[in-house]
Design a protein around this ligand. Sequence first.
Ligand SMILES: C[S@@+](CC[C@H](N)C(=O)[O-])C[C@H]1O[C@@H](n2cnc3c(N)ncnc32)[C@H](O)[C@@H]1O
Length: 259
Amino acid sequence: MKMIATTAYRPNGITDQNAAQAAQDLGIPFVVRNKRSIEKLHAEEKADVLVAARERLEFYPLGETEPFFFHPSSSAFRTKRPIHQDPLIEVSGIAAGDSFVDCTLGMASDAIVVSQFVGAGGSVTGCESNPAFAYIIGKGLKEYTAMPHLVEAMRRIEVVSGDSVDYLASLPDNAVDVIYMDPMFTNEISESSNFRPVRTAADTGQLTKRWVDEAVRSAKKSVVLKAHFRSVDFEAFGFNRRVRPNTKFHYGVIDCRNK
Ligand SMILES: C[S@@+](CC[C@H](N)C(=O)[O-])C[C@H]1O[C@@H](n2cnc3c(N)ncnc32)[C@H](O)[C@@H]1O
């Protein structure tokens, strides 16, 4: 899908500069806004639209009028609870100082929680195959300041714009402590609304044998899958399912320590 960059409805020097920068970074055309609504831009440009608004970058896939933008999402409250009890931290066996690859970065909520937990001695890399999401989340992680207790964790996350299977294939054996996958649910969950406006733009590809094999080869401790409780992927790909009563998603773990 074609993508363009433009400014806020009422541009200023900063939105002009940020839109031009986004266009250059992403290799997409910069288009003058001319006080056009998002609907009008979609109709006339026939493209997804990235907007440099006054406070943030926003992404409007063709036909969508609710934007995708960076915000801490569930990491805001998950990092205020005892973090070692967070289900992802618990099931993964991750420890302070460990390395973590998130194969499906999305809003980066899971990556922020893990980054907070692994601390200054650890590392977190997040892959995102939608280039607009990767760009907006990458900028947000570098620039967001509204939640001071998360700033250090956000800055630690390195964003890779591209397919995580290719990224994993580039890693040596046992290069990372924990590798995580959270592909888009095929059964939509109404309360998981972060992605609702942009479901059409997210990579909806599901797990493959190559993806799991590359993750197991590259992981030292564990590979973790989050999926809908009805998903058959846990059993199909050899994950040990950790049932969480009364929740719509489960985690599954492949223990890589004795592979
Ligand atoms: C369900 S969301 C992940 C949400 C994320 N765990 C969070 O905490 O915000 C899935 C995301 O992974 C991306 N994705 C799916 N398959 C991918 C792949 N093979 N490589 C990189 N990104 C992928 C999608 O575009 C989407 O943004």
